[in-house]
Design a protein around this ligand. Structure first.
Ligand SMILES: [Fe+2]
Length: 367
């Protein structure tokens, strides 16, 4: 295999982070330290999983004059949903907040990053889908993940789908990186088991794809190797949700996010993105469905994945591509092959020679 340069020359990591059980109790002080006479209010974007826990916002330091918004996790963010949220916040007088706190899973964290960029840059979310299009730093932002795996807390992107164009792409920018991340493993204690598994596997899948690819970066590789080791600790153990395993997975998620900043994914993410765009499946469960069907590309990871899913007694949705119509087949092919960089990373620039329409569809039909 020829090793290719990722082209990533300068890497920005999260500004500061706090780690450990109970770390979340420091968020209120962090928020208070950002308030000033000019910017007295803060924005809290909270995963709607916590909607009925009325004390969540106040425990994070929210005051009655702040904006508290619960982020729906039924659908992944769209450029349209982000624009609507920004408009609501601006109309309610929160154009220049002291800070934005994102508290939740990848959807909520990505929403916080996108809103932060839009409040200072203006315009519409779709204008910033791509690489280095964000012109000025966003509002100060604090990320608090409550589930581990996507690495959203560490990355320089916030994934959004433009429902008009079907483009699923984030605002890849140094300005998208959180200023402060609070990693508190005690927050993941109540995550439903299936969701915990699927989301955690996102970190594993990012890194096995990166380590199998042609675009390599020595620091990214080191992050990826340790992420895979930590995921093995978690998912090959008898209890993936034991206290120490949840701590391992939170570290894996963070390191996996750092890894992806310097490398590219492979074949799994493009197929997974197609399942999300065409059928609305969530990213992490879609990844697992795809890895389960793509053993021919990643034989070792596939065997390990099967061992993990059986050990943890997690059930994978079946038959998601049963009853494909011609239109759906065309949509799945188009949504897969548009991810040229990851496919080149995995299969070379001539990836269409091996990844023919017929082969793509036969892989989807296994899912
Ligand atoms: Fe991912």
């Amino acid at each position: 295999m020829t090793i290719l340069d990722t082209g990533v020359k300068i890497v920005r990591n999260v500004g500061r982070f706090t780690f450990g059980d109970g770390a979340v109790s420091g968020v209120a002080d962090l928020v208070a330290s950002k308030r000033s006479a000019e910017t007295p209010h803060a924005i809290f974007l909270i995963d709607d999983y916590f909607k009925n826990e009325y004390y969540t916002a106040s425990s994070l330091g929210a005051k009655p004059t702040d904006a508290v918004h619960f982020v729906s996790t039924v659908n992944e963010p769209t450029t349209q949903s982000i624009d609507e949220l920004v408009a609501v916040l601006q109309k309610s007088g929160h154009k220049t907040p002291a800070t934005i706190v994102g508290f939740g899973g990848g959807i909520t964290l990505d929403t916080a990053k996108a809103v932060s960029n839009l409040l200072t840059n203006g315009g519409l979310a779709a204008e910033y889908q791509g690489w280095d299009l964000v012109r000025v730093p966003g509002v100060h932002k604090i990320g608090v993940p409550t589930i581990s795996g996507t690495g959203s807390e560490a990355t320089r992107t916030c994934v959004m789908t433009n429902i008009e164009t079907g483009l699923k792409l984030g605002m890849n920018s140094d300005f998208t990186v959180f200023d402060h991340v609070v990693l508190d493993p005690s927050l993941t204690r109540t995550v439903p088991r299936n969701q915990y598994f699927f989301t955690g596997m996102d970190a594993y899948i990012h890194c096995i794809e990166a380590l199998a690819g042609s675009y390599r970066n020595a620091i990214g590789d080191a992050y990826s190797r340790e992420t895979v080791n930590l995921c093995r600790n978690v998912f090959l153990s008898n209890d993936m949700m034991a206290d120490e395993r949840r701590s391992d997975l939170m570290v894996a998620s963070y390191l996996g996010g750092c890894a992806i900043a310097t490398s590219y994914v492979g074949v799994i993410h493009p197929f997974s993105a197609a399942l999300s765009v065409v059928f609305g499946l969530h990213h992490c469960v879609a990844n697992c469905i795809v890895l389960d069907a793509l053993g021919e590309f990643y034989p070792e990871a596939h065997t390990e994945f099967r061992k993990m899913i059986e050990l943890q007694k997690v059930e994978l949705p079946r038959g998601v591509c049963a009853n494909l119509t011609d239109d759906l087949r065309a949509a799945l092919i188009a949504a897969t092959i548009k991810h040229e960089k990851p496919l080149t990373n995995a299969l070379g620039s001539n990836f269409r020679a091996t990844l023919t329409d017929t082969r793509i569809i036969s892989l989807f039909e296994k899912m």
